[in-house]
Design a protein around this ligand. Structure first.
Ligand code: YXS
Length: 259
């Protein structure tokens, strides 16, 4: 595996995002590696999974790999896309998934960690939800993931400004379960994992699934979903979509035109 490192000890397994050169951007290759190893951890009956970056990282993950969006109106959230699959895998993983985050979390990486069951950060952990900065649409299931964790006003502010929310505010908003110092975060997280693995795996997996079902209790009609897809397509097909991505790749500010 080129993009992640893994371990499995005392029923707790770990995935370390390991592409600091690209600030752990979520490339398809990295996501497929995560997916593959999660399947293996599941079949080995892991009781807790910790997803983290390398020790001391300034950036947990820079979000989706923007270079993979270049050159087309690509929907990264269709059913069989690796990102969608990883997010679903975290939701359905039968054991708790803990996100241990030193540093900043960007774009789709926010959704990936918001889908985890317990979030632990340091005082410099930040979360920025970025599609409006790049001029791309966002998936409905994705927006629902944010709505199931934070209030609609905060979801709107994060989507509309794309500004990072700092750790203190994230803790107050209930996004972060704990803020721990960089020196302590590793011990703290693995100790929490050790507590979890001693408890009943069946009870935990059933309650996790109950919570997932309850959070999706407000199902939408086919018409609503169709209308939302039409709305998203107007963004995919816009000039702004290409402009935002090209601006990032060319290291310049985007010039969005569409009102
Ligand atoms: O110049 P080189 O070749 O060394 O490459 C640079 C960056 O271009 C690259 N890199 C990325 N490449 C693809 N996708 C990314 N998301 C990405 N992020 C970074 O990594 C090399 C080092 O980056 P650099 O020099 O900027 O590092 P830094 O330490 O000064 O700054 C770290 C960041 C994270 C503040 C900065 O890299 C950054 O702002 N990255 C983009 C953050 C972002 O907007 N992420 C959203 C990704 S798009 C996404 O998730 C969805 C589509 S959505 O927006 O809908 O949620």
């Amino acid at each position: 595996m080129n993009n992640i490192k893994t371990s499995f000890e005392n029923l707790t397994c770990t995935i370390i995002l390991d592409n600091s050169v690209k600030r752990n951007a979520l490339s398809d290759d990295m996501l497929l590696e995560i997916l593959d190893v999660m399947k293996k951890f599941k079949s080995r009956k892991a009781r807790c999974l910790i997803i983290r970056a390398e020790r001391g990282a300034k950036v947990f993950s820079a979000g989706y790999d923007i270079s993979e969006l270049a050159g087309g109106n690509r929907d990264i959230r269709i059913h069989n896309n690796p990102l969608e699959k990883v997010i679903r895998m975290i939701e359905y993983f039968p054991a708790p998934v803990i996100a241990m985050m030193e540093g900043s979390v960007w774009g789709e990486a926010c959704e990936l960690v918001f889908t985890c069951d317990i979030l632990i950060g340091t005082s410099d952990t930040t979360f920025a939800i970025t599609p409006s900065r790049l001029g791309v649409p966002y998936s409905t299931t994705g927006i629902n993931h944010f709505l199931s964790m934070i209030s609609i006003g905060i979801v709107k502010e994060m989507f509309f400004t794309a500004e990072p929310v700092n750790a203190e505010r994230a803790y107050m908003l209930g996004i972060l379960n704990h803020i721990v110092s960089r020196e302590e975060i590793e011990n703290f997280t693995y100790e929490l994992g050790n507590i979890i693995v001693k408890n009943s795996p069946l009870t935990i997996s059933v309650i996790k699934e109950q919570l997932r079902l309850l959070s999706q209790a407000n199902l939408m009609t086919k018409e609503t979903l169709k209308r939302i897809q039409e709305l998203r397509n107007t963004v995919f097909e816009s000039e702004d979509y290409r402009e935002g991505i090209n601006a990032f790749l060319e290291k310049r500010e985007p010039e969005f035109k569409r009102k």
